[in-house]
Design a protein around this ligand. Sequence first.
Ligand code: 13P
Length: 256
Amino acid sequence: MRQPVVMGNWKLNGSKEMVASLIKGLDAELNGVSGVTVAIAPPHLYLDLAEQVLDKAANKIVLGAQNVDLKDSGAFTGDVSPVMLKDFGATHIIIGHSERREYHNESDEYVAEKFAVLKAHGLVPVLCIGETEAQNEAGETEAVCARQIDAVIKTQGVEALDGAIIAYEPIWAIGTGKAATAEDAQRIHASIRAHIAKESADVAEKVIIQYGGSVKPENAASYFAQPDIDGALVGGASLDAVSFAAIAKAAAEANA
Ligand code: 13P
């Protein structure tokens, strides 16, 4: 049985005050909740503070980050290394988010390199995949997702996906309020799992596939009721402790 993972991607949002109060609020909301892994990905600059506040929290909230660069150290101005992320206790690292693919020209191959770097450091890649609206309308969704996953499988083998997380995020659903229906998301998740199963049924059965894109407390339960949706990667709604906890609780209930 796969334990759902609900992760908050804070994107470029936060301040010292917000980080402390959001984590404390979330911790209070999560009392008594089990059966779900809850993770947060603050901006890099706030990982130190987040780690300190999480240390004092009553509940286990996993610290993550929104990106990683390839090198451990050296002359790479502005980069953040996997070693540094580890140093601050961040374990679940988002890579390949569509905002990075779009605004930073990150290719499938480059994202796959990041995946390999994370694995080499014992970190958990949260590999974002998903199609544009035009690709969706052209019926290319499954092929786009397969291609994005194949960049990892071809370079590292299907076993690399063991212990990793895949986040299916249709780009047209991100921050738009225009979420995929639970049925459509389930169909794509099943196709992603089937694609991986062609290489290894065992890895496919175990891999966590999150849905992301306008997940809110109101629609969360409908996703988690689907057999191949194992949690969510949440943007906007993760910036509010009550809303994000409600999504985590919905995942826990679906898993009870
Ligand atoms: P929203 O939940 O704001 O649509 O963002 C989704 C997302 O991009 C999470 O990574």
